[in-house]
Design a protein around this ligand. Sequence first.
Ligand SMILES: C[S@@+](CC[C@H](N)C(=O)[O-])C[C@H]1O[C@@H](n2cnc3c(N)ncnc32)[C@H](O)[C@@H]1O
Length: 271
Amino acid sequence: MNPLRDDTYRQITGLMHEVCGLSFADSKKPLVSSRLSPRIQRLGMGGFEDYLALITSGQDQGELQVAIDLLTTNETYFFREPAHFDLLQQELLATRPTSLSVWSAASSFGDEAYSVAMLLADLQLRTQGPAQWSVLGTDISDRVLRSAAQAIFPQERLRQVSDERLRRHCLRGEGESEGLVQIKESLRRRVHFGQVNLFHPIEGIGPFDVVFLRNVLIYFDPPTKTAVVDRVLKLLRPGGLFFIGTAEGRVPCETPLQVLGPGAFRKGAVS
Ligand SMILES: C[S@@+](CC[C@H](N)C(=O)[O-])C[C@H]1O[C@@H](n2cnc3c(N)ncnc32)[C@H](O)[C@@H]1O
């Protein structure tokens, strides 16, 4: 197959920006090339130009979704950036709400959504947490959402989960499934997943008490970051907690926020 030409690269990444807001620097060309090449070969196509024609034709939305699935970065694991989960727990112990609705807004395979669910289920077990709670995980990638609903994970991704918690909420695979764990049905039924493109107006969900929007803003350019943050914050109740990745810095937005810690905020002006 011919190498990915600069102009084709710009058109493919331009399309990704148009559809889901993702920005790719010139240095990402080898990455884009290596992620798309196997798919193009499997389809028996001549090269990147044919593939670009297919995904821009508007006639194969399914293949455009495959391209999005291939070009998004889905790295995640349970209780990533644990200080955010500690802060959430402290807040719940201090305020004792009777109900809580949580949104994991770029949930990837669901690790973040199930981490929150474990925390809430354990607080409830000790009668210290809200009796009514739900967690919604959303993502643009079909592939990760299908996997999230199955709730099967390599055990390695739960390395930050204590043995006790693991036993309470997970089933360990045996034989061919050795090394995998599945979240138990009792927890799975409290966690739902759906497709939401953060780059477009968001309808039909919320409002939420807590929003996790972690490790996705890094893939957007500055104006897109701001627009996405304000759009997401519209769905957070006043006083609600908002988390972004600790490496993502402070994102400028119109919505007043109080800083609680690295990547942790409360919606509303400082009083
Ligand atoms: C690195 S993962 C972050 C997972 C999790 N929040 C965490 O911090 O571990 C980033 C996710 O953002 C999703 N994503 C990228 N662009 C998106 C968009 N426009 N709308 C919704 N999700 C998007 C990707 O599909 C990917 O699963």
